[in-house]
Design a protein around this ligand. Structure first.
Ligand code: SIN
Length: 497
């Protein structure tokens, strides 16, 4: 069971780690609140989970995909019933407000129902042959055991972006949730068990970096899907590439929102507040750069300050809370350090800039919504991912300059443009180097059936979400059926001409 004592889930059984060692998960809004102790899994635990996944693979891949889809439909139904319960637990564990964690569960429900429909749509191609009496087609095959390593900020939704398409396609999985959100991961796996996912198809190993490393290094793990930092992603890529494993990486962002002088400023302000301070700025897609035309710079900055100063910080399971804490003390230290970085580089802290104190905030990792102005594109706060409630404002004079600044970072996940000019909108869609561009909307807010992912240092070319993720979790088999009864040579072997 996903209740204390908290355990791994291997081959359909809840089991402790081989060493018996554990780690703690605490409420980031109230550090005195211990969520629980979770197994610290070693390479031995990972090996047991991989073995279970390997053993389950044959029966699972041979179950017709529509039947696998029916199980995922039950997963979605159970999540719908448990939505509030899971969301409250998630808020307690990772801090974002209850209305946001409910959305996280809803995303998982939508991903489950979408996966169900894909059970009847794992399309291949039928293609004419160059010869008579010959039939050509492609079919999809599952890959085998997939290792899923996820972050804490979407502790249910993002694992389902990986797990549901993986198992719908006939793969089995070993799932390691973030060590900052182990309970949420366990609750997800509990749903899988209750929905009737057979033993060994989904295995859970709790733990930190070494557990993830053991998954990446295991030679029977055929594919790895990772969401997290670019540094860890690079290490995973190097290790996995050496043994030719398939890898999907979803990493950092420094997402720009461009606001032009013709924009609806009320709309832009609402989108910026939500994009920059929603989830305490701890989304891969969070708006971290505001690139604003000089004509509307001062007015927009004032509007953002006025609105952001009204945000209610606190424990996200309390009524009325709009912004939760940072995830842990390391994150608080990192965000705090960037205040000095900003000052040293010559930026102005126009709002916030300090840890948040006050009633109900003393025992958590709270930081005030922060705005840096006088930022130039070369400053570290304009280039590095801070992963906190921090927005850097860069003033520009033209749309061309805005696009140039938007593209002048290592990352390329999400982006937004506020303008009333249709030509600018389409130029932005064409010219911004990012996997996602929103017109007149914030940089956050992925939809389950749309492709999600980034370019440059954000990703490695794969996409999650929608139909494209099914390409990652399947291999193409090319099939030729010759019913001519004779040897027909393809042009590659035909020497007549
Ligand atoms: C994410 O940043 O990972 C969440 C998706 C989104 O809000 O667009």
């Amino acid at each position: 069971m996903a209740d204390a004592p908290f355990l791994n889930y291997i081959n359909g059984a809840w089991v402790p780690s081989a060493s018996g060692e554990t780690f703690e998960s605490r409420n980031p809004a109230r550090q005195s609140d211990l969520v629980g102790e979770f197994p610290s899994s070693s390479a031995e635990d990972v090996a047991n989970a991989v073995e279970a996944a390997k053993d389950a693979f044959d029966a699972w891949r041979l179950m017709p995909a529509p039947k696998r889809g029916e199980i995922l439909k039950r997963v979605g139904d159970i999540m719908t019933e448990r939505k509030a319960e899971i969301a409250h637990a998630m808020t307690r564990e990772m801090g974002k407000p209850f209305f946001e964690t409910k959305g996280d569960v809803q995303e998982a429900i939508d991903t489950a129902y979408y996966a169900m429909t894909m059970g009847r749509q794992l399309f291949g191609h039928t293609v004419p042959s160059e010869m008579n009496n010959k039939f050509n087609m492609t079919v999809r095959r599952p890959i085998g055991v997939c290792g899923l390593i996820t972050a804490w900020n979407f502790p249910v939704a993002v694992p389902t972006w990986k797990m549901f398409p993986a198992i719908l396609s006939g793969n089995t999985v070993v799932f390691k949730p973030s060590e900052d959100a182990p309970h949420s991961g366990a609750l997800l796996v509990q749903v899988m068990e209750d929905a009737g996912v057979p033993a060994g198809v989904v295995n859970l190993v709790q733990g930190a970096g070494p557990t993830g490393r053991a998954i990446v290094e295991h030679t029977d793990v055929a594919a790895i899907s990772f969401t997290g930092s670019s540094e860890t992603g690079s290490r995973i890529a190097a290790t996995a590439a050496a043994r030719h494993a398939r890898i999907s990486l979803e990493m950092g962002g420094k997402n720009p929102a461009i606001v032009m002088e013709d924009a609806d400023l009320d709309l832009a302000m609402e989108g910026l507040i939500w994009g920059a301070y929603g989830t305490t700025g701890q989304r891969c897609t969070a708006t971290s750069r505001l690139i604003v035309h000089e004509d509307v710079h001062d007015e927009l900055v004032e509007r953002i300050k006025a609105k952001a100063s009204t945000l209610t910080l606190g424990y996200g399971n309390d009524d009325g809370v709009e912004m939760g804490p940072l995830i842990n003390s390391k994150a608080l230290d990192k965000v705090t350090t960037y205040m000095d970085v900003a000052r040293e580089d010559g930026a102005t802290i126009a709002m916030g800039g300090t840890p948040a104190t006050g009633d109900g905030l003393e025992d958590g990792f709270f930081f005030n919504p922060t705005l840096f102005t006088d930022v130039t594109r070369d400053m570290r706060v304009a280039r590095e991912e801070i992963f906190g409630p921090v927005l850097s404002v860069i003033k520009i004079k033209s749309f061309d300059e805005a696009i140039e600044v938007a593209n002048d970072v290592a990352y390329g996940l999400s982006s937004a443009v506020y303008t009333q000019d249709i030509s600018r909108a389409f130029r932005a869609l064409r010219d911004i180097d990012a996997g996602i561009t929103y017109i007149n909307g914030p940089t956050i807010g992925a939809e389950a059936h749309m492709s999600f992912g980034g370019v440059k240092a954000t990703g490695n070319g794969h996409r999650e979400g929608g139909w494209e993720v099914y390409d990652f979790y399947t291999e193409t088999k090319t099939c030729y059926i010759d019913f001519s009864g004779g040897l027909q040579r393809a042009q590659i072997d035909n020497y007549d001409d």
